[in-house]
Design a protein around this ligand. Structure first.
Ligand code: NAD
Length: 290
């Protein structure tokens, strides 16, 4: 099986390396030549365009920032659609709007190409060690056929329903992560202002009910003032925009998401959009003159 991989960023680069480690034949493409060179040095082949990847490979994985980039790479000029043919498969692992997953899948269906939407969670460390969580939407038989490919990059791979269900699940994931980071930020701000060291608070509570993956991954970053991404604020704003748009379509009110979204917008306004989302703690410090 020949696998094409487009999007060698913070997540895509280690994911493509794990496919190589698992023994797959991988062809890559990215706008960033340095990333392409790094992965080809480990045994991948490179292709000049998405169209070329589609012509050469049986299954194509995309790991791009957002819906517009996925639409360009799949449906745009020189895109995958110009090289795909019946029987080939697209696995889009980017986090995008669920409606766009369905729209892209409907276009591919017209030429006999199947698609899974398969966004991931776990961040760069889990992409590197191959223990990410993958949440998948699409037909059961396509999921079954490509389970091993996805599992070679992940600790868990769960089918959540038909096309779009992967990205709905990812939005649920992003709600929980965003609100958790805000909660950890508020807790650390209170402790610090009251004269109790946040690192002692962290050590004391991480084994109790307040312990969480978010606390373990993001708490130390806040204490070390290390806001190197990781997951950039602007990507999390993108996800919460998709949450808010989806909740409006469903007629739902999600007040906590709206609150955290406003906090992220303040940080973006302050020029922190390329920082890790753990920098939400800066919002609380600024608000309280800490
Ligand atoms: P990134 O910005 O680091 O990487 C995106 C890559 O796509 C870049 O290398 C860029 O050059 C490439 N790209 C963009 N347009 C392209 C095009 N037209 N053709 C070829 N390459 C193109 O982003 P990331 O952090 O790796 O995130 C990728 C996706 O995964 C996003 O949807 C993000 O929300 C999601 N995600 C990220 C994390 C994380 O911790 N960073 C965790 C889970 C999910």
């Amino acid at each position: 099986m020949k696998i094409g991989f487009i999007g060698l960023g913070i997540m895509g680069k280690p994911m493509s390396k794990n496919l190589l480690k698992a023994g797959y034949d991988v062809t890559v493409n990215d706008l960033n030549k340095a990333a392409v060179d790094e992965v080809t040095a480990l045994g991948a082949t490179s292709a000049a365009s998405a169209k070329e990847i589609a012509q050469q490979c049986d299954v194509i994985i995309t790991m791009l920032p957002n819906s517009p980039q996925v639409k360009t790479v799949v449906l745009g000029k020189g895109g995958l659609i110009e090289g795909l043919s019946t029987g080939k498969v697209l696995i889009d692992m980017s986090s995008i709007a669920p409606l766009v997953s369905r729209e892209v899948a409907a276009e591919l269906d017209k030429i006999g190409v199947e698609m899974l939407d398969a966004p991931v969670s776990g961040g760069e460390p889990k992409a590197i060690d191959g223990t990410m969580s993958v949440m998948v939407g699409g037909k059961q038989e396509i999921f079954d056929s490509y389970y091993d490919v996805m599992k070679s990059m992940a600790g868990s791979v769960v089918r959540c329903g038909e096309i779009g269900a992967g990205n709905i699940t990812k939005l649920a994931n992003q709600i929980i992560v965003a609100i958790n980071i805000a909660a950890v930020s508020e807790a650390f701000t209170l402790a610090q202002a009251a004269g109790v060291e946040p690192n002692l608070v962290y050590e004391a509570i991480r084994g109790g009910l307040a312990g969480s993956t978010v606390l373990d991954a993001k708490g130390p970053m806040m204490m070390d003032r290390n806001f190197n991404p990781g997951f950039r604020i602007n990507l999390h704003i993108k996800d919460l925009n998709n949450v808010i748009e989806t909740s409006h379509n469903l007629g739902l009110a999600l007040p906590l998401v709206t609150q955290v979204m406003e906090e992220m917008q303040v940080l973006k306004h302050d020029g922190l959009e390329a920082c890790d989302h753990s920098s939400i703690v800066r919002f609380y410090e600024k608000m309280n003159n800490i």
